[in-house]
Design a protein around this ligand. Sequence first.
Ligand code: UDP
Ligand code: MG
Length: 314
Amino acid sequence: MVDLSVVVPCYNEEPVLDRLVASLTAELTDLGRDFEVVLVDDGSADRTLEILRRVSQEDPRFRYVSLSRNFGKEAAMLAGLSRSRGDAVAILDADLQHPPELLARMLPFLEEGNQQVVARRNRVGDSRVRTWLSRGYYRAMNRLSDVDLEDGVGDFRVLSREAVEAVLSLGEVNRFSKGLFAWIGFRTAVVDYENVSREGGETKWRLRDLVNYGVDGIMSFNTRPLRLAIYLGALVSLVAVLYGLWVLGDAIWHGNPVPGYVTLICAVVWFGGLQMVLLGVIGEYVGRIYAETKHRPHFLVAESSESVGRGGAA
Ligand code: UDP
Ligand code: MG
């Protein structure tokens, strides 16, 4: 056991890794505790793995796990967490957007009896549109979902061993980690920090990923969208009945001809669209059930610092 493990998921992070390692070594040495760093290569296509091999050879406190392909950040974090051995485990990004200096401010909170210490960034330097969209998203999400998520709070956090075991015990395949971390609960402290831009390389998030991530967040934690579908269906039926009565009354009492074509087409198209959307909602849940029932592992390890030297698989 060591005092502190630092888990870092790395996907094509070649340009920043050396700086990351230097900064981690300096900061963690300053902390004056026993530490290990678990670097997870998430199937990178660049020289990330070679660098990790070299780093762990030069300093055995740096261990690495290399996944057999790109499984995504959630799986990479899970791989790192499951291999971590520290009494406390910190998770941070490879691009130095999660400044290791902050650990010195975060760790004391753990000693005060918190099980999680999360870092919350402000949005300085983010585009206005993105800030605005994120705010709106979190507001909607917190209304829809059973777990509370905060804007600016991400995966940058320190967990006690207890909290790590709790996260590892959640076996779901669709891992929306922000939600999982919130779901496990425990006493949580928040540390604020100034937003920093990426040190090098580039972000893996395109707008499409963000939208998908947002949908994931809403779908992962409850079935409220299904409930909404029921309400919406009931509301639309009610409106249709009222409209039908009105048209009927109009025809009987005022002798107005029943208006037809436009109303009909609009109604057909609109209801068609609505049904597709609602089918999509149901389909999304069915798809998730399908993924869960397969019980596939969350990631496969191709190589790790422990397997090298023993030869063969990890
Ligand atoms: N990452 C990963 N697997 C992926 C995508 C990203 O392990 O498929 C890692 C990446 O190397 C980085 C962290 O997740 O350490 C955050 O990624 P990124 O900086 O691209 O996201 P952003 O900071 O823009 O949200
Ligand atoms: Mg980043």
